[in-house]
Design a protein around this ligand. Structure first.
Ligand code: 5BU
Length: 384
């Protein structure tokens, strides 16, 4: 089911060693976190209410290194940048030591994916450390997301204070070129992502022509450095803790390229997968790895992380490690952590229903964590 990659140095290297050879700031952080927490488990938090999601993240946080979300299937997602669901997950991520991965699978032209990443109600880039891209539209989606992440990174540790005054419009208030930022045509491109004004007194239309003028709003901004995005919402005071033994994650965002899928009969050919690897090498300081069914490191200096969905264990006690696991009847196929991590060289297993549907999800998460970690130790020849 997977082509062996054991000849690549990363296959046998410990996560700590790989961290030392990885220049990507977030990949470096994640590998060190895995080593510290003895976990290579990502929980796919596919629950349908924001309340359940936040509770789940808090309960499962101790076992995982990545929390994977699909924000668009969550009812009641609160979009407030400082107190909303993304910010709450951020607090829990710092408390338990995990990264947030929004499994958004961007798959459109460059300009659209930039807007989907940085704008809209969700402003995914503000709260998700990691996102992924479906590269079917071509490599431009990767470079466009990279560009957005760089722009966001250069502004993010400045909080913007805005003061708003309303006055008479003047003709030179308009951008005659109709230039748009990656946050969208109606946004003020000079503002940091976390504190844009919600409305302005005029709106150029999409062609850059002057819109109708109601009044003109003048914004005065001052930029104040901040160390980290602090949550100021309703989570208990005591929850604002930091996971011990490692610093907070860097501001640098990471991208995973969707190189192979777990679903039966998917159309991701070898040619497509190879093109994903090529794109990753072209954007090494942004692409941290792949969603794939095996390690895709092949050139000597490749140090990409492979994260793998389609993972389940047979029930406790029934040939736990080597047993076959049936698919879900809707196209999903499953393999065990032993196979994915031990044989195929995957680094992180992504598990949803295998954990979520268990009688005790935290106990089951620990069982998955132990199995996936054992497979990693065996692969890298470390003592169990
Ligand atoms: P499961 O309950 O463990 O089957 O959930 C798997 C999750 O991983 C789910 O959120 C999928 O959307 C996601 N997934 C996947 O299953 N297979 C893939 O190839 C990719 C994502 Br990409």
């Amino acid at each position: 089911m997977c082509s062996a990659r054991e000849h690549h140095p990363a296959f046998k290297a410990s996560f700590a060693e790989r961290a030392r050879n990885t220049s990507h700031p977030l990949a470096n952080y994640l590998l060190r976190l895995m080593d510290l927490k003895k976990s290579n488990l990502c929980l796919s938090a596919d629950v349908t209410s924001a309340r359940e999601l936040v509770t789940l993240a808090d309960r499962m946080g101790p076992s995982i290194v990545v929390l994977k979300t699909h924000h668009d299937l969550v009812a009641g997602w609160d979009f407030h940048p400082q107190t909303g669901t993304g910010a709450k997950l951020g607090v829990l991520a710092r408390k338990h030591g995990f990264l947030i991965f929004e499994d958004r699978k961007f798959g459109d032209i460059g300009s659209t994916v930039q807007l989907q990443y940085t704008a809209g109600s969700a402003r995914i880039i503000d709260w998700a450390h990691i996102v992924n891209v479906n590269m079917v539209p071509g490599k431009a989606a990767v470079s466009a997301l990279h560009e957005s992440a760089k722009r966001w990174r250069s502004r993010v540790n400045y909080e913007v204070k805005t003061s708003v005054s309303v006055g008479t419009p003047t003709s030179d208030s308009f951008d005659e070129n109709g230039e748009e930022s990656d946050e969208g045509p109606f946004s003020n491109s000079s503002l940091a992502p976390r504190d844009r004004p919600s409305s302005s007194g005029f709106r150029p239309d999409y062609n850059g022509r002057k819109g109708s003028i109601v009044s003109i709003t003048t914004l005065t901004q001052s930029f104040e450095p901040v160390d980290s995005p602090r949550f100021s919402g309703t989570i208990n005071e005591g929850d604002e803790l930091l996971y011990a033994g490692i610093e907070e994650p860097p501001w640098d965002r990471g991208l995973l390229i969707l190189a192979q899928m777990s679903s039966e009969g998917n159309f991701m050919t070898k040619e497509y997968t190879d093109a994903c690897v090529e794109a990753a090498r072209e954007h090494k300081d942004f692409v941290m790895g792949f969603i794939s069914q095996e390690s895709l490191n092949s050139q000597p200096d490749d140090s990409f992380i492979s994260m793998t969905p389609g993972c389940q264990l047979p029930p406790d006690g029934e040939g736990e490690e080597d047993g076959e696991v049936e698919g879900d009847g809707l196209g999903q196929q499953y393999n065990t952590p032993a196979k994915l991590v031990g044989l195929c060289g995957s680094d992180i297993i992504i598990v949803g229903r295998g954990i979520l549907k268990a009688a005790s999800p935290p106990v089951e998460a620990e069982r998955y964590r132990r199995k996936a970690w054992k497979a990693y130790l065996q692969r890298t020849g470390q003592e169990i």
